[in-house]
Design a protein around this ligand. Structure first.
Ligand code: FES
Length: 136
C-alpha cells in the first residue's frame, strides 16, 4: 500500500474525531459525479468548530462503501461504551446533514439520525487498523 499522506488538525483523544475519507474512491468526481466533495468537507469542518476534530484520510480500505465518514466518540462517549460509527455512501446533502446532526448529538452516539443509521456498516479488521493509523 502506498504511503499515506493526510491533512490533520490537532486532535485530542478526549474530543470527538470525524474522519472524512478523501482517497482514490472517496472524493472521486469520476466515481461520484453528483457529489460536491469539497462542499461536504467544508460543511463538516464548519460544523466541527473547536469541539470536534476533523481529519482527512487518504483511504480507510473500505472503498466499496465510498464516501466513507467515521465518527469517533469523545472520551466520555467511549467510556459510556460507544464505538466509532462508520458511515458509507455518504454522497448527498441529506446524509451529510445527518452526519452533522450526529456530530452535535449525544457523546455516546445513541439515537443516530436515520440516514447515518441506514448508512452505517461494520468495518473489517483492516478498516479498523487503517483508522487507528489515521488517528493514532
Ligand atoms: S478511498 Fe475511502 S475507503 Fe478507500
Amino acid at each position: 500500500m502506498a504511503k499515506k499522506q493526510r491533512r490533520t488538525q490537532a486532535t485530542s483523544q478526549d474530543q470527538m474525531i470525524v474522519v472524512v475519507c478523501r482517497g482514490g474512491d472517496c472524493g472521486s468526481r469520476r466515481k461520484h459525479p453528483g457529489t460536491d466533495h469539497a462542499a461536504q468537507l467544508r460543511e463538516i469542518r464548519n460544523a466541527a468548530g473547536t469541539e470536534v476534530a476533523v481529519t482527512v484520510s487518504r483511504c480507510l480500505d473500505a472503498c466499496e462503501h465510498s464516501n466513507v465518514i467515521v465518527i469517533i466518540p469523545d472520551a466520555g462517549g467511549r467510556s459510556a461504551g460507544a464505538s466509532p460509527v462508520w458511515a458509507g455512501e455518504a454522497n448527498d446533502a441529506e446524509v451529510t446533514a445527518d452526519i452533522l446532526q450526529a456530530m452535535a448529538g449525544p457523546a455516546d452516539l445513541t439515537g443516530l439520525p436515520a440516514l447515518v443509521d441506514i448508512h452505517t456498516f461494520h468495518p473489517t479488521r483492516q478498516n479498523r487498523r487503517e483508522l487507528d493509523e489515521e488517528v493514532g
